[in-house]
Ligand binder design. Structure first.
Ligand SMILES: [Zn+2]
Length: 395
């Protein structure tokens, strides 16, 4: 454990009004580093989670997070899920950004572009040029006749030739210990009169709290936001909010913003008492929720083979929450070929392709993300699999 009785300051606003409300130990440091053999997966690097709420700026952060344990290098395999639901979501999002901000023949920068799929889509749909930054990027550094370039480094102003029309940043800010520093770095590339639109997307911690989604709290995510704290982060740093909304069936927050230095403040606004109360309720309810999912998982194993559908972050976290109760009766299914044939870090469960279910013959299939339930049920129907299908939200 990193801390004992030392006072805890918020990494964002430095305030010391922070309290611990959720703890989990010996969790895999990454859900996206995959193992080709079970022995290695069982010995995967672990880290602790000590979630604190800053009662001033509202940031939720893992005080026990140690950044040196995580390596976002080539071994880090994050790809967009190959799902029809997700594909429709991401296409709709890209089209909306292009239409709303007239991103045609413009220049786009993406912070944390992964394999570059979203940047490529934005550039293709609007005939735009782009630069993607990601330390785990593996493809060619130049594509589309030089219109799209990739930099295998963290985002920085270094080498930036001109001010972009848009900076997008999907599912990245939650991986950063001091989100205010990232916003400052973004600001430093803009210049005071820039009309650049920022588009940021991150999990909505209010959704996690409300639905008790314990498997959405994992080591890679060291910072969590509600709509209130995310708006506070941008406005305090001198950005005007153009649009903020919940997307992906309320699981994510979207914020569009533009520089307006007249809004800049030296201190963050204080969050509402309601947020503090909600987090305090979660502190009590999370223990009951954990006991409940462990008990139900144990019951599933008593009845024979069962599977979790979804071997990405939610599935990996769920496996590690229940590993002491379920024994060897559990398999994990994933439609993403890069995960199939691999093993879940720390808990060591095998990840299989859906067609292997005909041999496993599971009595229960637990779906880790309700957004994909319809397409999963269609796949099961096509494979002729008869099993009890439950969404984890209903467990
Ligand atoms: Zn704070």
């Amino acid at each position: 454990m990193k801390y004992s009785n030392e006072s805890v300051n918020c990494p964002n606003c430095r305030n010391d009004s922070c309290h611990n409300f959720y703890s989990l130990y010996e969790q895999p440091v990454s859900e996206n580093i995959l193992y080709t053999n079970q022995t290695d997966s069982l010995q995967a690097q672990c880290g602790d989670i000590e979630l604190f709420l800053c009662e001033h700026c509202g940031l939720v952060f893992n005080w026990a997070f140690e950044s040196h344990k995580l390596d976002y290098g080539a071994e880090y395999k994050y790809t967009l899920p190959p799902s029809t639901y997700f594909e429709a979501f991401i296409n709709e999002l890209a089209k909306d950004l292009i239409e709303t901000y007239n991103l045609k023949h413009k220049h786009i920068v993406e912070i944390g572009c992964g394999k570059g799929d979203f940047l490529n889509l934005l550039c293709k749909l609007g005939n735009n040029s782009g630069v993607g930054y990601d330390t785990s990027y593996e493809g060619p550094l130049e594509t589309n006749n030089g219109k799209i370039n990739f930099v295998r480094e963290h985002f920085s102003p270094k080498g930036m030739k001109h001010i972009p029309d848009m900076i997008c940043c999907r599912q990245v800010i939650e991986h950063i210990t001091n989100p205010g520093n990232l916003i400052s770095t973004v600001k430093s590339v803009l210049g005071k009169d820039a009309l650049t639109t920022l588009f940021f997307e991150t999990p909505d911690f209010a959704w996690i709290l409300k639905n008790m989604v314990l498997w959405d709290i994992y080591y890679e995510h060291c910072s969590y936001f509600t709509e209130e704290s995310l708006i506070g982060l941008f406005t305090t740093n001198g950005f005007k909010i153009l649009r903020n909304e919940k997307i992906f069936n309320d699981q994510y927050l979207r914020i569009d913003a533009r520089l307006d230095l007249s809004l800049y403040k030296k201190t963050y606004p204080k969050i509402s008492a309601n947020t503090v109360q909600t987090v305090n309720n979660f502190k009590v309810q999370a223990k009951k929720r954990l006991t409940n999912i462990r008990s139900k998982s144990k019951d599933f194993s008593t009845k024979g083979s069962w599977v979790i559908w979804g071997g990405a972050a939610k599935g990996v976290t769920f496996c590690n929450l229940v590993k002491h109760e379920v024994g060897d009766k559990l398999h994990v299914v994933d439609i993403n070929p890069i995960r199939q044939g691999k093993f879940v870090p720390v808990s060591g469960y095998p990840i299989i392709s859906p067609d292997k279910l005909v041999y496993i013959k599971p009595h229960t299939i637990l779906i880790m993300n309700g957004n994909y339930q319809k397409e999963i049920e269609m796949t099961l129907k096509n494979l002729g699999i008869m099993a009890n299908v439950i969404c984890v939200d209903d467990l």
